[in-house]
Design a binder for this molecule. Structure first.
Ligand code: NAP
Ligand code: MG
Length: 403
């Protein structure tokens, strides 16, 4: 069989621990036998990040901007324990944070749905994709403890020195205060990424804030989305047969629970933080959650939403058998191949991505799965597999599909 050809390289960002082990297995068994892989390889494993003083992370993000499609393995975000464990020169920042800052994108997270792993919410039939605005609000707030009676004000000093004041509160007792901010260009980038991703995936877009209470702050989010939609996206959405729908956050929560799924839910930073964990858990498994960073001008970085699965890695190091779920990492690769195929007009590569996903889902739906899924699956006949045997089972199906 001749291998499927590529024209533009994928930016490949390798990572850490158990997911690094899975990365190699996926390449060896599911990719290299079928695709003449062109990739520009960046090793974001912590050892190499340390050797390069984290330069490799910056280089990989710039390569993602240059080529337009990247696929990333989970990576360790160092804390004090990791600095000791790896004898690091510095406590480097989260690679995902660094990449997001360089690419200025929005993260879309969506669950992979399979028969036998039922959502806790009975009505959910299709994935719900959460888009989280990843800048500002409470995550970049300044706070104060107010010791006793006195006045707290917001003061804006313009460049010419003129001041505008707004009373926060006239305290009669001790209390607390907080100042948050956001930026119009950041909200615009967020809105644009959401509209484009909705068009790209042909799904409705929902957005919600608390604009009735927060008449300037949240209302600005609502207005920016609405103006951009009316000016640039209304006709495109109509042509694609999809809708943009705005409502209040509390109404959105009620509607989401009663819905069938199948749409993108755009959330402000805090709402996205809270709701993405709720949605991921309610869909049944963190290991079945994909994540893609999309820039306002359509560059993509695909990854799994979970971490490096440290506990399984330590078992692996001791020579014990592991049963780590590789589905989200496989879907990161298939998402990247599909996008590369669409951009470069390579139908065979798109077909390969579709077959890879189908082979993965069919393997699970025929009862062959890793232990995390075996524990929750409602299928009658279940065969738990090791990390390696699960990937080999998918490879067999994939080969049959592509033959
Ligand atoms: P984690 O890697 O997501 O794993 C937490 C637990 O969830 C695992 O111990 C395992 O439970 C279960 N799990 C997660 N993914 C699984 C999979 N694919 N298959 C089977 N079970 C899975 O989170 P963590 O252990 O808290 O973090 C480890 C490292 O990952 C940290 O250094 C963190 O910085 C990093 N991290 C990276 C990213 C990223 O690169 N995007 C995201 C999050 C965390 P059991 O142990 O019960 O089997
Ligand atoms: Mg969270």
């Amino acid at each position: 069989m001749s291998k499927i050809q590529m024209t533009t390289p994928l930016v490949e960002m390798d990572g850490d621990e158990m997911t690094r082990i899975l990365w190699k297995m996926i390449k060896d068994d599911l990719i290299l036998p079928f695709v003449d892989l062109k990739s520009e390889y960046y090793d974001l494993g912590l050892v190499h990040r340390d050797e390069t003083g984290d330069q490799v992370t910056f280089d990989s993000a710039n390569a993602a901007l240059k080529y337009g499609v990247a696929v990333k393995c989970a990576t360790i975000t160092p804390n004090a324990a990791r600095v000791k464990e790896y004898n690091l020169k510095e406590m480097y920042k989260s690679p995902n944070g660094t990449i997001r800052a360089i690419m200025d994108g929005t993260v879309f997270r969506a669950p992979i749905i399979v028969k036998g792993v039922e959502p806790y919410v009975k009505t959910w039939k299709k994935p719900i994709t959460i888009a989280r605005h990843a800048y500002g609000d409470v995550y970049k707030a300044s706070e104060m403890k107010i010791p006793g009676p006195g006045k707290v004000e917001l003061v804006y000093t313009a460049e010419d020195g003129t001041e505008t004041r707004e009373l926060v509160h006239n305290y009669k007792s001790a209390g607390i205060a907080q100042g948050m901010h956001n930026l119009v260009p950041s909200i615009e980038s967020f809105a644009r990424s959401c509209f484009n991703y909705a068009l790209d995936t042909k799904q409705d877009l929902w957005f919600a804030t608390k604009d009735t209470i927060s008449k300037k702050y949240d209302h600005t989010f609502k207005d920016i989305f609405q103006e951009m939609f009316d000016k640039e996206y209304k006709e495109k959405f109509a042509a694609a047969g999809i809708e943009y729908f705005y409502t209040l956050i509390d109404d959105a929560v009620a509607r989401v629970i009663k819905s069938e799924g199948g749409y993108i839910w755009a959330c402000k930073n805090y709402d996205g933080d809270v709701m993405s964990d709720m949605v991921a858990t309610a869909f049944g498994s963190l290991a079945m959650m994909t994540s893609v960073l999309v820039t306002p001008d359509g560059k993509y970085e695909y990854e799994a939403a979970h971490g490096t699965v440290q506990r399984h890695y330590y078992k692996h190091l001791k020579g014990e058998e592991t049963s780590t779920n590789s589905v989200a990492t496989i879907f990161a690769w298939s998402g990247a191949f599909r996008k590369r195929g669409e951009l470069d007009n390579l139908p065979e590569l798109v077909n390969y991505a579709d077959c890879l996903e189908q082979a993965t889902i069919e393997t699970i739906e025929s009862g062959y799965m890793t232990k995390d899924l075996a524990l929750v699956s409602t299928l009658p006949d279940i065969h738990p597999l090791s990390s390696e045997d699960f990937i080999k089972a998918i490879a067999k199906r994939l080969a049959a599909k592509l033959a």
